[in-house]
Structures are given as C-alpha cells and as structure tokens.
Design a protein around this ligand. Structure first.
Ligand code: GLY
Ligand code: MN
Ligand code: MN
Length: 356
C-alpha cells in the first residue's frame, strides 16, 4: 500500500470527512515534497496538494498522483486552504492537533466559515515507523555514504587539527557525493567528548583525547545517523575499559533486537551491562530512536517507551558513557528489523582505533 492509502486506512477511525496534513515531515512522507510550505487535503476519495508560488515548479517535480493547487500574494494561505476544503466537498475537516499551534488554529478557523475544523491526534507516527522497500533502500544508501565518510575523514585525525576542521571535511565529503548533511554534526574531543550533543569547536585534537564523531547523510530525503569514537594517539587503560564497556552494551543490545521485543527491554539491557562496569550513571539518554525521513523519527528506545520492534522498522542503537573531566564514548549504528532478526546497515569498524 502506498503512503496515501495507508493514511486513508488510518483515517477511517477518525470522525471527519478528511484531514488537512500540515507538518512538513508528514507532508514529505506523504508526497515526497521537501519545501517549507505544503498542505495535503486527504479524503477517502480525493487528495489535493497545496503550496505557494515559491514552490510551484518544485511541486510539479516532486508531487504526483494528486492535483497541485497554488496561490500567490495577496491571497491568504488559510483562505485558500479553506476554499479547497469546500471545493472537495468536506464539511468536517480534521487538522493535525499534535502539530498545530493555537495561533495557527485560530487563523484557519477565522477563514473556515461553513466548515467545522476538528482536531485529529497524530496518525502518522505509527505509519512512519514501518518503512517500505523504497524507503529502506534510501536509508541503506545514506548509511553506506556515512560509512564512506568515516573512512574518508580518518586521515584528518591527528594532533593540531581542530574539531571544526574535521566537521567541515566530513560535511564537504558527504555533500560532494550529492547528498546532504543529515543534521549539524557532533565533533567533540578530549573533555568536550563528555558533551553528548556538543558542537564542533576550534579546539585542536591532542594526544590522549577521545574523539567522538556523530554524523549522517541524507540521500533522497532519507537519513543515516552514525557515531564512532576513536582515540588520538595511544589509548590508556581507562580509555580501553570505558570503550570496551560501551561496545559490549551496544553489541548486546543489537543482539537482543528482533520482532516482538519491547524497545524498553533493549534499553534496559544496555543499562544493565554498563552497570556491571559501574558506568550506568554516566549514560543519561535513551538507547536509540526511529530513523527515516526524520533523523529522530517515530519510535523511542527508552525506559518509558511503549514501542515494540516489528519488521521494516529502522532504529539507531547508541549507548554512551560521558564522564565529566575525562571524556565520553558513544557508538551508534542504524539497525533494520527483519522478519527473523536484524541487519546492521552501518558497517564502519567498531574496534578501538588509535590514530594517527
Ligand atoms: N545525532 C543525534 C543522535 O544521535 O540522536
Ligand atoms: Mn547520532
Ligand atoms: Mn541518533
């Protein structure tokens, strides 16, 4: 089933004639459109794509299977949307309550005379979690490119090179291959590697630093998200202990993954292993998240998650240990759930590298 039909099936339970899809991630998932302003009105029989004059040519390229309607200044966007709802014959239309601010709702309501606009809770989350073969292929390509980027940047890892140098080299490589950076890369070294989401700075690498690189490529709208930690110069005993514990937790977590397993149990597995090494107190974030068109896609691997693993989901698995004043290690892979197990899509080496 294509994405539009999957949404229609999910809409059956909602007591509306149709839905105005407005969040860019959901519009993108539904149509492939990547512009900043797009709306899709979906009813059981019809679908209409709406954008503004900035995106008419792009929409013709990216959106198929439904008519494209667009407006230009001085037409008001909400008035235009309301008009399209009327012309499609819907009188009670849903809006995405999880992604609409009160002010946005008010502006639409003011223009929607004769139409009841009705809140519909998130339908896309569960749909987006399960990927079709085309989406999986794109994630696979994004993972392969991230792996190639890691190999490419390793020559830069030497004392005196700054975190920013590394970030720029990695991003240039990925963009030069025709892809985009999936998110602002995390490049942190030495004591800064204890910042799980620190940004690259002008700090120069020094012997004895952990260096953590968290980066990814976006290929045809789909992302990879990988982390590797290496040591600049020679690793100490403490470097080795911490690294080995995180690697053990990461590998064991991936081994625990298969359809039917609760995401929170995988998360617990990694925490229990780190506790064995007296390091669990340094692991504060969730073990992973869903991955797709959105880097932090639907799906959480955390203590409070209700998610259950199922075939064709893609998850990150990324335990980390962050010790203030010393440094941190995170190892992150992207994992596809298969009928009988998993496939790890990111294939960069995980043994501890001492560079140069
Ligand atoms: N790159 C952010 C994360 O790993 O979730
Ligand atoms: Mn990451
Ligand atoms: Mn991640």
């Amino acid at each position: 089933m294509n994405h539009l039909d999957r949404l229609r099936a999910a809409l059956q339970g909602a007591s509306v004639d149709g839905l105005i899809v407005s969040h860019p991630d959901n519009v993108g998932w539904l149509t492939g459109f990547t512009g900043t302003y797009g709306r899709v009105i979906v009813t059981p029989k019809d679908a209409v794509f709406i954008t503004d004059s900035r995106y008419t040519l792009q929409a013709e390229e990216q959106v198929s299977g439904m008519p494209i309607r667009w407006f230009r200044s001085p037409t008001d966007s909400n008035e235009f949307v309301a008009e399209q709802v009327r012309s499609i014959g819907a009188s009670r239309i849903g809006f995405e309550s999880a992604n609409t601010t009160y002010a946005e709702w008010e502006r639409l309501a003011q223009k929607a005379a004769g139409i009841e606009i009705y809140p519909v809770a998130d339908l896309f989350g569960p749909l987006r979690m399960v990927k079709d073969p085309d989406e999986i292929e794109k994630v696979r390509q994004a993972c392969a490119l991230a792996d190639a980027g890691f190999q490419h940047v390793l020559r830069m890892v030497q004392p005196g090179v700054t975190e920013r140098d590394i970030e720029l080299d990695l991003e240039f490589y990925i963009r030069r291959q025709g892809a985009e950076a999936a998110f602002p890369f995390i490049v942190v070294s030495g004591e800064r590697s204890a910042r799980p989401h620190g940004h690259a700075s002008d700090k120069a690498l020094a012997p004895g630093d952990f260096l953590t690189l968290d980066f990814g490529a976006r290929v045809d709208g789909y992302n990879s998200d990988i982390t590797r930690t290496v040591v600049v110069g020679k690793a100490t005993e403490r470097h080795r202990e911490v690294y080995a514990a995180v690697l053990e937790a990461q590998v064991a977590s991936i081994e625990a993954m298969r359809p039917g397993v609760a995401a929170k149990d995988v998360d617990r597995q990694s925490r229990e292993l780190l506790a064995k090494h007296d390091l669990a107190q340094y692991f504060g974030h969730g073990l992973g998240h869903g991955l797709g068109r959105v880097v932090h896609d639907t799906g959480r691997m955390s203590a409070s998650s209700e998610d259950v693993l199922a075939p064709n989901q893609v998850w990150t698995v990324e335990p980390g240990v962050y010790i203030p004043g010393f440094g941190g290690v995170r190892i992150e892979d992207d994992v596809l759930i298969l009928d009988g197990g998993v496939e790890v899509l990111t294939k960069s080496p995980k043994e501890l590298l001492e560079l140069p």
